[in-house]
Design a binder for this molecule. Structure first.
Ligand code: ATP
Length: 561
């Protein structure tokens, strides 16, 4: 909280602040004179049998109220001179931070939009806070001066209970700030989760994963509800503080009434004191409690978030090498589809270097798809770890660690061909699409054609998915039998394109895929061996078997294409 307040105080430019304070003086007049005017109206006018004099004193209140209104008007006009430079400074900081921290020198647009929204909140609450705090100070100073001028004892009676309520409120402010912070963070988590769900609505309904999507937002919703309830409890405490600071001074004054009269104070002086409490201190404290406890806290917390987010991060940026390079690493991985099921993957160690081309082979049902699901973070290992560039594969990837998994059944949705192809890279140009289609060897036709997935052949759908993956910025591509509906020549061309593009892991459905790879992982149920073709021919009977079966089945395709 200190950092945010320091930032806010430092940003108060001297001239607009001085102008604001100068216009606050006439604004303070009604508060300062109200009690004095009432005291004189009662003592010298109405109780002295001169109602005209009493009315004149009250009329003087109307006049100073008009002067005060002019002061208030000028204060609001000057407010922009303080709030706008403050907002501009924050915007410069936010945009600068987003550019410096963004991937490949490009800002993170989502974060930038959120920060810009937060800056607007900060600007509004900052202006509100200036008005509230300044108004409070002005009124309190006016009341102190006015009540002292009626009788110092009035000030001594009403100010201590007022200060007690004020101090109690300031004491709960720390708790309120902590809870407000929890609420803002919960709000952000909910908005992120909702954002992820809404942006994937088409995929969610296509894949029937509504339950998973609902589960994704359920926790943030519950957390935010709890945070709001905790905030409401603090609001109740604030009300108690106001009751002490706003009403106790009046009670003290009334209880001391006979004693005051006995010591020579007039009825008008006591009424003047009551006027200061009811029309000065009480509304001032109410506004202060509501303003500082509400928008003031929102200001501090939101400003804190903006300052944190716009600070230059020490996280490596996209393009910087992650701590563990771009390597895919499985370390002693064991996984079973249930606590009592036999493990599908057991004690598997594997490292795939950046740019490497690995083929995975093994009999049907042995665990190849399970292995790539682990590798892509779709499944979590029971033991061991799966990391990409040193980051657990189940964590949301940084852009440079993203991966694309294409399953056997390619996903094509109703929409134009262009929308389908640019799904993972919305900024891709027509030239990019041409280049990707040429690299994969896909003749897809007019990009603006509406696709009807159900009328497309499985091979056409696979080509669309392959070009889409090729266009994505992900350095790692995993093909899980993703070319099984292409002919061997088309499959070879697609795999060569991906191998030249970055890291490629292929679940081979034809052994020709294995022959093209730098290394082959052979899964055989009890263990796994990895090596190049020549080594495996020597060391893996299963590999020899698989190759033998395939050569028998497709003798003409047995050589690396
Ligand atoms: N969601 C699941 N729940 C329970 N068991 C599963 C699940 N998915 C796969 N299995 C089982 O795990 C084992 C490995 O399956 P996996 O699909 O990984 O093998 P695969 O080598 O990819 O098979 P294929 O070559 O036929 O695609 C199989 O015995 C399969 O029945």
């Amino acid at each position: 909280m200190k950092r945010e307040l320091r930032y806010a105080l430092r940003s108060l430019s001297p001239r607009p602040t001085a102008a604001l304070m100068a216009w606050s003086l006439p604004e303070a007049l009604p508060a300062a004179l109200s009690g004095v005017a009432v005291a004189n109206a009662v003592d010298r006018g109405f109780l002295a049998g001169r109602p005209g004099v009493g009315l004149l004193w009250l009329a003087s209140l109307v006049v100073v109220s008009l002067v005060g209104a002019v002061g208030t008007r000028m204060v609001f006009r000057r407010l922009g001179d303080l709030a706008e430079p403050f907002r501009d400074h924050l915007v410069r900081r936010v945009v600068g931070g987003a550019l410096r921290n963004g991937a490949d020198g490009r800002p993170d647009h989502g974060a930038l939009a959120r920060l810009t929204r937060q800056v607007e909140i900060v600007r509004d609450t900052y202006a509100g806070l200036v008005i509230v705090v300044r108004g409070f100070l002005v009124t309190v100073v006016g009341v102190v001066v006015g009540s002292l001028s009626i009788a110092p004892v009035i000030a001594l009676l009403i100010l201590p209970p007022f200060l007690l309520g004020l101090l109690a409120f300031l004491a709960v402010l720390g708790v309120a700030a902590a809870r407000q912070r929890v609420s803002v963070l919960a709000d952000e988590r909910l908005s992120d989760a909702a954002d992820r769900v809404f942006s994937g609505v088409r995929d969610i309904s296509a894949c029937g994963t509504q339950d998973t999507a609902a589960a994704l937002v359920a926790t943030p919703v519950a957390e935010q509800a709890a945070a709001e309830r905790a905030l409401a409890r603090v609001a109740a405490l604030r009300t108690a503080c106001f009751a002490v600071g706003g009403w106790l001074p009046l009670l003290v004054l009334l209880f001391a009434g006979s004693w005051l009269v006995g010591n020579g104070l007039t009825a008008g002086a006591i009424m003047g004191g009551a006027t200061y409490v009811l029309f000065g201190l009480q509304p001032a404290l109410q506004n202060f409690v509501a303003g500082v406890g509400g928008s003031g806290l929102r200001f501090v917390i939101t400003l804190g978030r903006v300052l944190d987010a716009s600070a230059v991060t020490t996280e490596p940026r996209s393009g910087d090498l992650p701590p563990d390079g771009h390597a895919v690493r499985l370390a002693d991985v064991t996984f079973a589809y249930g606590p009592h099921a036999e493990p599908v993957v057991e004690h598997l160690d594997l490292t795939v270097a950046h740019g490497e081309h690995l083929a995975v082979v093994g009999p049907s049902g042995i665990g190849k798809s399970t292995m790539v699901s682990l590798l892509c973070g779709l499944l979590r290992p029971d033991r061991g770890s799966v990391t990409l560039g040193g980051v657990p594969a189940t964590d949301l990837p940084r852009p440079e660690l993203a991966r694309v998994l294409i399953p056997q059944e390619a996903y094509v949705f109703t929409g134009t061909l262009r929308e389908n192809l640019t799904y993972l890279n919305p900024e891709a140009t027509t030239a990019d699409l041409d280049a990707a289609a040429a690299a994969i060897g896909a003749d897809l036709g007019d990009y603006d054609t509406e696709l009807a997935p159900e009328t497309m052949s499985a091979g056409q759908r696979q080509l669309v998915a392959l070009v889409r993956a090729y266009l994505s910025p992900a350095p790692l591509v995993v093909l899980d039998e993703a070319t099984c509906h292409l002919d061997p020549a088309a499959e070879r061309r697609a795999e060569d394109a991906f191998a030249a593009r970055g890291t490629l892991i292929v679940i081979a459905h034809r052994m020709s895929s294995a022959l093209r790879a730098d290394r082959v992982l052979v899964l055989d149920g009890v263990g796994a061996v990895v090596g190049d073709h020549t080594t495996l021919l020597r060391t893996s009977p299963l590999y020899r078997d698989l190759l033998g079966h395939w050569e028998v089945a497709a003798p003409t395709a047995s050589q690396p294409a």
